[in-house]
Design a protein around this ligand. Structure first.
Ligand SMILES: [Ca+2]
Length: 341
């Protein structure tokens, strides 16, 4: 009996040490939800790092060290400061807990955004896009569009992990790529069901939806003149820097957030998977427009951005594609929008 108990205790303590990431994650959670100060969080992370190093967990200790470094690199304007001292950009980022539907606002992206899988599975990270005006459509045929309201848009395409969290199933063809790869084989109508689930089937104030085509292109182009650098693709004139497409994808999707972000910190707007927009397809107006929502009715919905199997030309920020709302493809996914309050 005593021997069994000893084994149990050894297993228990080993498990605790193995869960290095989990402990660091819990420490970070307090910082992200604003209940812990930056200096206290840093001190706790340093203690955790030392404990891991002592226990011979060099790899885990290094991960925590990286979290500490990226936090130290941040400016002072961020979540975790007492209210009243935050700048008006305190709501630049929104972190959605997919299980509890809790929304947490922050001035900065999570320091471990690209390193911690939870932001690509159990949580959803969105960026606030300020209202503004831009030139929409193909060069030479552009028309002026003004978006009068700020909105949040996912920094990543919706992933297989996030889809599974809501729908308890994964329709994707490329399951082997991982839970952090974009969900595909989802129709426009499937996406509506996902959003119903996320928004809550009962009374709820959540209003996640697909981006309108103009919101999508505005975000893809990096916003208005103040922020956009006018690239041909989202975030670069060189597609390989920012996108998975025919020439570099190896015939499959890739985990989100592995290429360079665009001017607004959004990943994979060009390439990886095509992204559904809310609009019915319609011809553009030649006149300036505001808050466009597409044709009043139709038979095909808009897709944007190109996918892993596309030639570069299909990944241009201006390129439009349309498909029936029931269409499912192994190169078609989506990202979410939430109107800003
Ligand atoms: Ca994409």
């Amino acid at each position: 009996m005593k021997k069994l108990l000893t084994i149990f205790l050894v297993v228990l303590s080993t498990t605790w040490i193995m869960a290095g990431d989990k402990v660091a994650e819990q420490i970070m959670q307090g910082y992200e939800d604003g209940s812990a100060k930056k200096e206290d969080t840093l001190a706790k992370l340093k203690m955790r790092k030392d404990a891991l190093a002592k226990a011979g967990k060099a790899e885990e200790a290094k991960e925590v060290e990286e979290m500490i470094e990226s936090m130290a690199d941040e400016g002072d304007d961020q979540a975790g400061k007492p209210s009243g001292t935050q700048s008006k950009s305190k709501n630049d980022y929104l972190i959605v807990d997919l299980k509890s539907r809790k929304l947490t606002y922050s001035a900065t992206p999570p320091p471990d955004l690209l390193k911690n899988d939870k932001y690509k599975t159990d949580k959803l990270v969105m960026r606030r896009i300020p209202a503004g005006t831009f030139m929409m459509g193909e060069t030479g045929k552009q028309h002026k569009v003004t978006l009068t309201k700020d909105f949040y848009i996912g920094v990543f395409e919706v992933t297989q992990g996030q889809w599974e969290n809501m729908m308890k199933a994964n329709p994707s063809e490329f399951k082997d790529v991982g839970k952090d790869a974009p969900v595909e084989q989802v129709s426009w109508e499937d996406c509506q069901n996902f959003m119903k689930e996320l928004n809550g089937r009962k009374s709820s104030s959540l209003a996640f939806r697909l981006p309108t085509e103009s919101e999508w292109e505005y975000a893809c182009r990096g916003g208005d003149k103040k922020t956009s650098k006018g690239f041909k693709y989202s975030g670069s004139g060189t597609l390989d820097e920012v996108a998975w497409f025919k020439d570099n994808s190896g015939g499959k999707t890739h985990p989100v957030g592995k290429k360079k972000a665009n001017e607004l910190g959004l990943y994979d707007m060009s390439g990886n998977v095509w992204e559904w927009c809310s609009d019915w397809f319609g011809e553009y107006s030649k006149e300036p427009e505001k808050d466009t929502v597409g044709a009043k009715s139709g038979t095909v919905r808009i897709l944007r951005g190109g996918g892993w199997d596309c030639d570069a030309g299909y990944c241009r920020s201006a390129l439009r594609l349309d498909r029936a709302p029931t269409h499912r493809g192994h190169n078609v996914g989506f990202r979410l929008v939430l109107p800003a309050q």
